[in-house]
Design a protein around this ligand. Sequence first.
Ligand SMILES: O=C(CO)[C@H](O)[C@H](O)COP(=O)(O)O
Length: 218
Amino acid sequence: MKLIAPSILSADFARLGEEIKAVEQAGADWIHVDVMDGHYVPNITMGPIIAEAATRSTSLPIDVHLMIENPDQYIPEFIKSGAEWISVQAEACTHLHRTIQMIKQAGVKAGAALNPATPLSAIEWVIEDLDYILIMSVNPGFGGQAFIESSLDKIRLLKADLKKRKLSPLIQIDGGVNSKTIERISEAGVDVFVAGSAIYGSSDYKKTISEFKEKINK
Ligand SMILES: O=C(CO)[C@H](O)[C@H](O)COP(=O)(O)O
């Protein structure tokens, strides 16, 4: 089952609750919350207060992507917010194994995200513990960037590696997902598609999500 996770980064924050409900009614499967701290990435977005408000606005699972330094300090607050899935940037973790365990011990699904320049080997020794792996297909920090094509080979390599290891964490993609790229991304082996500007920038969320679903469920 392939899933669509709209990123609220591109939503209208003056009407955030309505915007979350709107994508739920339009067929979204998860709600993706992009947390940026102005240090790990050159942008500041939202924190646990917004993640908690998001959980109250929908019955869909909240997926928190931490693009922050020192995630261990903030993970307990995001767990309290009600998030069901939390991913950390592998590059931002001094002790990635410990961070993953911290998330899992709270009964929350744990993911590791990899920047476009980070090799898959960065997660080799935690891969068995991961519930999902997030391949960043843009450099993190901003919505609306162009999809980096080399991400497709990275997904294919990851898919083959997981098969060899007989592991099945979800593969998530984030950045530049739109009606032109989604089919190729899906064919490479992605399970969860994060899309911000392509959904929230469209005039009809239902039409956009339905078109995405048609393309990924062929
Ligand atoms: O994590 C992100 C940026 O760091 C966003 O989730 C991502 O860029 C989605 O935006 P878009 O779909 O507009 O590319």
